[in-house]
Write a protein that binds this ligand. Structure first.
Ligand SMILES: [Zn+2]
Length: 112
């Protein structure tokens, strides 16, 4: 069993943020080119495992939000703080892998 799509998307976003940091740090010699290459490799590997439709959603959201994928706490989207529908409960989550917030459209992952 591989990781699920949501985990991969979180990972993908993490590596992308690290790459951005690396680019900024490069100017002050804090980060090596080698390190950047490693991050790019990791990012491409994750990218290959994510379904194209989710990648598209993610890329689209990224143009709007700095955090395109956000946690859910107590049934609330932590991106816009609106309540999520009750169909986003545990049972619903067994049937569907990836959810987006109906209000802000961000991808969601559950804290617990
Ligand atoms: Zn939201």
């Amino acid at each position: 069993m591989g990781r699920n799509q949501v985990e991969l998307l979180v990972l993908y976003h993490d590596i992308q943020s690290m790459l951005l940091d690396a680019k900024q740090e490069e100017d002050c010699m804090g980060f090596t080119m080698e390190g950047e290459e490693k991050l790019k490799e990791a990012m491409q590997e994750v990218e290959r495992k994510i379904e194209t439709r989710y990648l598209r959603t993610f890329e689209r959201l990224k143009t709007r939000y700095s955090h395109p994928i956000v946690p859910v706490q107590d049934g609330t989207c932590l991106g816009c703080f609106s309540r999520l529908p009750t169909s986003y409960n545990e049972r619903g989550r067994n049937e569907q892998e990836v959810f987006t917030c109906e209000n802000c459209g961000r991808l969601l992952y559950w804290v617990a």
